[in-house]
Design a protein around this ligand. Sequence first.
Ligand SMILES: [Zn+2]
Length: 227
Amino acid sequence: MLEAWEDGRAARSGERGLILLRLAEPTLEEDACRAFSVGRRDAALLTLHERLIGPAAHALVNCPTCAEPLEFDVPLAAIRVTASEQPPERFELSFEGAPLAFRLPTAGDLAAPEAASADQLMRLCLLEGATPSAPAAIEALEAAIGEAVTTHDPQAVVALALDCPACAAHWRSPFDIVEFLWRWFDGFARGLLEEVHIIASAYGWSEDQILALSPQRRQRYLELIGG
Ligand SMILES: [Zn+2]
């Protein structure tokens, strides 16, 4: 887990999503994880959250109108979308007579260094046809991909309907399970390294030796060191 944390520290959200998916699906090869649709990735990450942290995600947001801080729990079961049938592997559309074929974005696409923008992601999802260059054609293809995701991979586009108790503003905010999990994971890794630091400073043991201790034993040594 510490290696995964190191890999993800300076990474983009899509890369962190793949790192976390590999923790969620430890028996799968990397290529199999990369092939997950984004919604399937997020469903696996909801399960990882339930296993590691609990059945609700603790959210902190500021009202976009009056900046009032809002703090609440999101029950993960309420945002889980029941998977329908297997989504199609290929979608087709015709723009001004030119046929185009595309597929749903995957966990691997979002982690790819060349997928930092919507435009680049669109290119990765294009299966057939020349990459559109006219703005109207790019817009049509991006809209078609967005529609295919909403219909066939809805777990990828979960949004929360929020109300501000201070100013009564109402808005929708995308729910990003990667962000929630990573925040917990970052705190967990930092806490673990702090424990290693305290125990190593007191006894001179190596990092490997300290990490090999059970959490209960580490806790007991920390109590002894703390007096
Ligand atoms: Zn407000």
